[in-house]
Design a protein around this ligand. Structure first.
Ligand code: PMV
Length: 317
């Protein structure tokens, strides 16, 4: 018996970093997925196969996740161990993870893998509800990133376009915009925690400026939510460029990212970093009128692909 589940990656349209300090962010899941396939094996082991590597652990040595050398795999071992214990089975599990999402560049690959693995492993026993999956996936991801807000796992599980803030959590944005983005990868791998720490230091040194930037960000986001409802691409694009300027001011852009934005701006409605920055990806908002030119230009200097909003979220296959 095989249990298969898939979950989408995500982009942040507005508000990264500032959201950590109390403003809102706008996120959406994208039509690039991670698929996890689980099956029982007779040995008492958990085996994980993925394009980023393979690992196998004895179930009894999983009490301490520090035993798992490849850190990014710890959440998957956590989920497997928890599920096997709760269902008191003598068997082991093999999990195969297949991804369409580049890793480590701010597209939510780690969270969508946690969501897909949680649903797939548990599906060997019982199909969990989305609410159950997201709770376990967030716990799993916290085995490697303790302060994780849960934003990525939530948008991956439920899909669509959402706003998020620390106080009120998630609010779906009631729209079915068929937006198209070009995602262009700077090929500079970033570490979210390091970049978040740098921004905190920036805030401590520039308290007044940072507060002003938070207010500007809030204005941008309030306008963006209206523009999303109106499907006003020109306005949305301008707001993305404004948001990118704020991200530059807090020091999370790089020369390569600025070059990608400069190129994207020539033809797209707008462009900005998505995610922590310090490398990673940019998103450029396009439609039929400018998608080809933007793609041609960005392809000369980066790896890129087209993404649309995913409204499905977690799916059992
Ligand atoms: O680069 P990503 O996709 O991990 O996004 C990080 C977003 C931040 O706002 C910088 C951090 C956070 O937890 O919200």
């Amino acid at each position: 018996m095989k249990s298969v589940a898939s979950a989408p990656g995500k982009i942040i349209l507005f508000g990264e970093h500032f959201v950590v300090h109390g403003t809102k962010a706008v996120l959406c899941s994208i039509d690039k997925r991670i698929t996890a396939t689980s099956q029982f094996v007779d040995e008492r082991i958990v085996r994980i196969r993925s394009s980023l590597g393979e690992a196998e652990m004895d179930i009894d040595s999983l009490d301490n996740l520090e035993n798992v050398q490849q850190k990014f795999m710890r959440p998957f071992f956590h989920v497997a161990k928890k599920t096997l214990m709760e269902n008191s089975t003598k068997q082991g599990i093999e999990i195969t993870i297949e991804s369409e999402i580049p890793a480590g560049v701010g597209l939510g690959s780690s969270s969508s893998a946690c969501v897909a693995v949680t649903a797939s492993v548990n599906g060997l026993f019982r199909k969990l509800s989305s609410e159950e999956v997201v709770k376990i996936a967030i716990q799993a991801e916290r085995t490697i990133f303790e302060q994780n807000s849960g934003a990525d796992s939530s948008v991956s599980t439920f899909g669509g376009l959402v706003s998020y803030d620390l106080k009120s959590g998630f609010q779906p944005i009631p729209s079915r915009n068929d937006l198209s983005f070009i995602i262009s990868n700077s090929a500079q791998v970033h570490n979210t925690q390091d970049v978040v720490r740098q921004v905190r230091q920036f805030k401590e040194k520039n308290e007044d400026l940072f507060n002003r930037l938070c207010k500007e960000e809030m204005d941008i986001i309030n306008n963006a939510i209206i523009s999303l409802r109106e499907n006003n691409l020109n306005k949305l694009g301008l707001l993305m460029l404004k948001n990118h300027e704020l991200l530059k001011q807090i020091g999370v852009s790089t020369e390569k990212i600025d070059l990608l934005i400069k190129e994207a701006k020539k033809t797209a409605h707008g462009a900005k970093i998505t995610g922590a920055g310090g490398g990673g990806c940019i998103i450029a908002l396009v439609d039929n009128s400018n998608i080809k030119d933007t793609l041609d230009n960005l392809r000369k200097i980066s790896d890129c692909f087209i993404a649309k909003i995913d409204y499905d979220g977690l799916q059992y296959v």
